[in-house]
Design a binder for this molecule. Structure first.
Ligand code: MRU
Length: 348
């Protein structure tokens, strides 16, 4: 069972995903700035895992505050949240977790709690966010598992597994685990996911740990394999889903969705409601992270492109809602029109 981030009384413990699959190294992050750096530097990645980590980072910031006034703690927390909020722009789970921790602080302050009580309340809320995330993935696994047929092969992109969430299930890989738990035979095709190789390094590693059959392909092979009739469903996660069901996910997802449509293969998105941003009307408003061009010009430390070449490195793209067969959340399966079906899930 993989749980990539944990709270310990003196630190936030994180599996360093940059080193996988070659090395399994755990880091003890002893300050909120170390947690923020870990999110920015991809020690932890994947939208729900980023949200859980940010909540723990904020709890750590509160724990280490040395004053006795709630007003001073509020100033400190505002600053900690600002630092967290500048780590990665696309995954809305980060901002969702920051908002929730801020609301928890405001409620405790309004109730007249002491600074030491507020610290405990914030630590508990971060732990709750983590537990709720795992429970959401369990439900996504159950609902999503029902959509997969027996004896099917699923294509996934990037890593939307236990490593990318609070742990245990994952979103897209949770759907695979759910189907297997329901007695179905399911195998996975994982594409490499250039340039950061989350598919080759993380999805492949995670599925092998659980003895789930997985075949690795290059990103450019998926069309050919779909054309051979070897893929029965595509399941991916998401970093932010707009109110109309447009889906931001790892760069390359859009191309996979277009190819899935062309071959009449269902394209499912699995994500908790903390990934749905009703304040974003469409995918056009979703900020797309651009990362260091070295991720493209180099593989590990080896340079593979000419010095001085112009490079774009968009980390995410947006798949328009008409390519999305269904969105699987902890509240059930949403289908078009998403503006209605997603909103309804928040009202339940
Ligand atoms: O850049 P990353 O590795 O954080 O990107 C991760 C993804 O795009 C995942 O597919 C997404 O966060 C869903 S994770 C359950």
């Amino acid at each position: 069972m993989i749980i990539p981030v944990e709270w310990t009384d003196e630190a936030v413990k994180m599996l360093d995903q940059r080193l996988l699959p070659m090395e399994e190294k755990w880091l003890m992050l002893k300050s909120y700035t170390e947690v923020a750096d870990a999110i920015r530097d991809m020690v932890v990645r994947g939208a729900p895992a980023i949200g859980v980590s940010a909540a723990y980072g904020i709890a750590l910031g509160a724990k280490q505050f040395v004053g006795t006034s709630a007003a001073d703690l509020e100033d400190e927390l505002d600053y900690v949240c600002e630092v967290m909020g500048k780590t990665r722009p696309t995954a809305v789970n980060l901002f969702w977790a920051i908002d929730r921790m801020k609301r928890t602080f405001q409620q405790a302050k309004a109730e007249g709690k002491s600074v030491s009580e507020i610290k405990q309340i914030l630590i508990q809320d971060a732990k709750d966010i983590h537990e709720e995330d795992i429970e959401s993935q369990r439900l996504i696994a159950q609902f999503g598992g029902e959509l997969l047929k027996d004896d099917s092969t699923v294509l996934t992109h990037c890593n939307a597994g236990a490593l990318a969430t609070g742990g245990v299930w994952g979103t897209a890989l949770g759907v695979v685990r759910g189907a297997i738990n329901q007695g179905k035979k399911v195998s996975v095709i994982a594409d490499e996911t250039r340039p950061y190789l989350q598919g080759a390094r993380l999805t492949a590693w995670e599925l092998l740990q659980d003895d789930i059959p997985v075949t690795l392909i290059t990103d450019s092979m998926s069309g050919h394999i779909m054309n051979q009739g070897k893929i029965h469903a595509v399941v991916v996660g998401s970093d932010r889903i707009a109110a109309n069901g447009d889906v931001a996910n790892k760069i390359g997802t859009y191309m996979v969705a277009v190819m899935a449509k062309r071959h009449n293969i269902p394209f499912y998105v699995a994500a908790p409601l903390s990934t749905v941003d009703l304040n974003c009307p469409t995918g056009e408003q979703i900020p797309i992270e651009e990362r260091n061009i070295r991720e493209i010009t180099h593989v590990q430390e080896i340079q593979i492109a000419p010095e001085g070449i112009a490079v774009s490195n968009y980390a995410f793209d947006v798949t328009p809602n008409d390519l999305v067969t269904a969105i699987i959340t902890e509240k059930g399966v949403a289908r078009a029109p998403y503006t209605k079906s997603l909103r309804r899930m928040f009202e339940e």
